[in-house]
Design a protein around this ligand. Structure first.
Ligand SMILES: CC(C)(COP(=O)(O)OP(=O)(O)OC[C@H]1O[C@@H](n2cnc3c(N)ncnc32)[C@H](O)[C@@H]1OP(=O)(O)O)[C@@H](O)C(=O)NCCC(=O)NCCS
Length: 227
């Protein structure tokens, strides 16, 4: 069964944790980012009231079944630096998606790479998640570079996939999946008799590959990559 509360996940540089009211100033600080408010419900007003309403919406994501919205926090200081989500719109088909953002003043310090690895490892440990997806605009090298570092594979270009800022945009589709691979058995079976269908001391085991993906998740307001 999927967790009924938002867990706290520990990475190397980041902690993924539920949002707090004290995160409002960071949310306010990204109000004029050219991309974040277009792909999320981050308010463009920069007001404290709207930032707190955004934080309330993140708490509601789990109750509504949309998914898990985490604040990305610096692991040492617990200061919020961004947001990452695990979205469940297609979970009955074994698919989930992710999306993220980091405030400009905290970029290029490896926060998203670590957040995505941490979220992906956790997500693919859940029985319900067989595949984790991510949609990234081709120009967004920082995003797809982080995804590839986390084991996501580019599967192709989705043409005119999504409205971003009133324009239809192409998206690279990335995914990370669970896979079966051969691992040595802890107690290899004895050699089998001739004509047996089992020939080796290997068995198959379900493993979680590292993978990072982002996809659009639905919200009551509009489709977003990052909520
Ligand atoms: C994309 C974004 C999430 C990257 O966050 P970040 O914390 O700066 O990423 P990282 O520091 O983990 O960097 C990941 C890799 O990409 C590289 N990178 C980061 N930004 C880059 C950029 N603008 N151009 C080229 N490479 C970049 C980093 O050098 C790093 O590679 P390295 O480890 O080989 O050095 C951040 O720029 C952002 O929030 N942008 C706006 C919202 C957004 O685009 N969200 C994703 C939508 S798909």
């Amino acid at each position: 069964m999927l967790p009924q509360t938002i867990p706290t996940l520990t990475g190397r540089r980041v902690t993924l944790r539920p949002f707090r009211e004290s995160d409002a100033p960071l949310v306010q600080s990204v109000a004029d980012d050219p991309l974040i408010p277009l792909i999320t419900t981050v308010p463009t007003t920069g007001s404290l009231e709207d930032a707190l309403a955004y934080i309330d919406r993140q708490h509601e994501r789990l109750a509504s079944g949309a998914g898990y919205s985490f604040a990305i926090a610096n692991a040492e200081t617990d200061e919020m630096v961004g947001q990452i989500g695990l979205w469940l719109a297609a979970i009955k088909h074994g698919r989930a998606s992710t999306g993220y953002w980091v405030a400009p003043q905290h970029r290029r310090r490896g926060y998203v790479s670590d957040a995505l690895r941490t979220l992906s490892d956790w997500a693919l440990s859940l029985d319900e998640v067989q595949r984790l997806e991510l949609y990234v605009e081709p120009w967004n090298e920082g995003s797809w570079h982080a995804a590839e570092k986390c084991g996501f594979q580019r599967e192709g270009l989705l043409r005119s996939w999504q409205l971003v800022g009133g324009e239809r945009k192409d998206m690279y589709m990335y995914s990370r999946i669970r896979s079966r691979r051969q691992t040595p058995a802890a107690n290899p079976p004895k050699p089998m008799a001739p004509n047996s269908h089992t020939h080796t001391g290997w068995h198959y085991e379900w493993v979680r590959e590292a993978s990072c993906s982002i996809t659009a998740a639905s919200s009551s307001e509009r489709l977003h990559i990052g909520q």
